[in-house]
Design a protein around this ligand. Structure first.
Ligand SMILES: [Zn+2]
Ligand SMILES: [Zn+2]
Length: 181
């Protein structure tokens, strides 16, 4: 997702891009792992503008994701909507500092990405933003009862007569807890 910025002026440039998930290595690897299915391409609306030495990118991303509920394993879909902002610099701005030069700040420290003066590549930033937006513990609903840890039935659909729920089990275990002397 390289964008030519040579003609870019102070006037913002609006872009709409669509890119298959396969073009994003980390997303593709997640999908190959099997826990995540991507149901749409990555859609990006980007606004680029030049501000002094910087190229400012404001973006809005959309991606439809299906993951397994982390409690009951049912597939659950959701649309990720992510906004982000990233500045690209051709070179690091000079930072006035009296200390020794070895401790110079990196582009990363300043929240900047470097570019070659002609094109910027937004793919890395887009991929990172989407990875961060992916819920680590997806739930089909906040009220999901999950699977019974003992008999494995889906407690959203059926009831079982298994003994205590795990919370009470661990409490009972505490009662018998003795400190060795
Ligand atoms: Zn669930
Ligand atoms: Zn059960």
């Amino acid at each position: 997702m390289r964008i030519d910025v040579r003609e870019l002026k102070r006037q913002p440039l609006d872009l709409e891009l669509q890119e298959p998930v396969a073009s994003f290595p980390a997303l593709a690897a997640l999908q190959d792992g099997g826990q995540v299915r991507f149901l749409s391409p990555v859609r990006a609306r980007l606004q680029l503008s030049r501000c002094a030495e910087l190229i400012e990118v404001t973006g809005q991303l959309q991606l439809e994701v299906e993951q397994d509920c982390s409690r009951c394993l049912a597939p659950c879909r959701q649309q990720l909507n992510v906004r982000f902002h990233q500045a690209f610099a051709e070179q690091l701005p000079e930072v006035a500092c009296d200390g020794d030069e070895e401790d110079g700040l990196t582009a990363d420290d300043m929240g900047l990405e470097l570019y070659d003066g002609e094109t910027i590549d937004v793919a890395g930033e887009i991929e990172q933003q989407l990875l961060l937006a992916m819920p680590p513990y997806p739930l089909c609903s906040e009220q999901c009862q999950g699977l019974c840890p003992q008999c494995g039935i889906d407690r959203n659909r059926e009831r079982c007569d298994c003994a205590l729920p795990p919370a009470r089990l661990s409490f009972a275990a505490l009662k018998d807890f003795k400190v060795e002397k």
